[in-house]
Design a protein around this ligand. Sequence first.
Ligand code: PLP
Length: 383
Amino acid sequence: MRSLDDFAAGKLSALADMNLKRSLVHSVRHGIWLDHNGHRLLSFSCNDYLNLSQHPAVKAATIAAIERYGVGAGASRLVTGNHPLYAELETRLARLKGTEAACVFGSGYLANLGIIPALVGQDDLVLVDELAHACIWAGARLARATIVPYRHNDLAHAEVLLGEHRGRHPRALVATDGVFSMDGDLAPLPELGRMARQFDAWLLVDDAHGLGVVGGGRGSVFAFSEPVDVPLQMGTLSKALGVYGGYLCASQSVIDLMKTRARTLIYSTGLPPAMLAASIAAIDVIECEPDHAGLPLANARAFTRRADLPDAQSPIVPIMIGEVEAALAASRLLEEEGFLAVAIRPPTVPDGTARLRLSFSAAHPRYEIERLGDLIRTRVLNN
Ligand SMILES: Cc1ncc(COP(=O)(O)O)c(C=O)c1O
């Protein structure tokens, strides 16, 4: 249709003028190595922090489950898609996170789109860190709640806003990433937990980038010297676990509510049983090899030392550039040196904060980390 195509072409050309048009590149991944548009590159842009997508035990569990059960789940979990492996995986996740129960969703994004509207509605409040992941914002918007952002990790600001708004809403949620996906820093969870409780607000922590790599592999809630009070711990199976899917760990009653009311669980097909089997095998590895969980952060810290940057707090290290064109140029420079470090641009990050987002894996060779550190220091940051 003419008007439709004109609309799409007009939008695209405006984005291209701002260097914000995106394109998909053929990528075949072999763990940390990629065939990227025909070039072999060492990737610092994957979230497979423990390289578990390539682990022999994880692959074997996946193949065995496909041989036994086939591929697709065939229906929603509430119809015929609730394979018994769900119960096994949910028990394992709850144990790992120290909660009564867990609920597995189709992805991390779908989890937040299901969880948040099942808990709050249009009369309620969602206080959200300004840098929280897009799916937290999407869930809060879907709930039609009043959304109040607080400055990134600014406890004093969050407290003032809670004090101002809490009394006007019957229910309130405080939502944050545990490890921030584009910045790599951790949320101050002990203080946020106390503050939320004081205001009778429910703290939701998105631990997509914490599970498997901080807190001895148990995630950001376990990364502090004191126990942290987080009633809603959600995350993904698709990053350090190397598989696909999302989850919420919480009390039994909250989980029962999700299985009755979360629309992304009810109206979407269950995960393929092989993804459940693979996730269980990946959790086995994390629990049996706790030292492995520390390697991505150790590698990130080796890099930050070499590049003369502040110590990494997680396996994610942002290299702040600012302008979009400069970030794209830095990414191209690294590509010429054999590294993939994708430039992250608005709207994924705020205007004026385009960056290279580096993510470190347990499998990165130390000499390559040091070579990358030298390049970033001397040719990207020009120190
Ligand atoms: C913080 C955060 N939450 C949620 C998600 C979504 O998870 P998934 O990829 O499983 O949809 C991501 C990344 O994709 C993320 O970085």
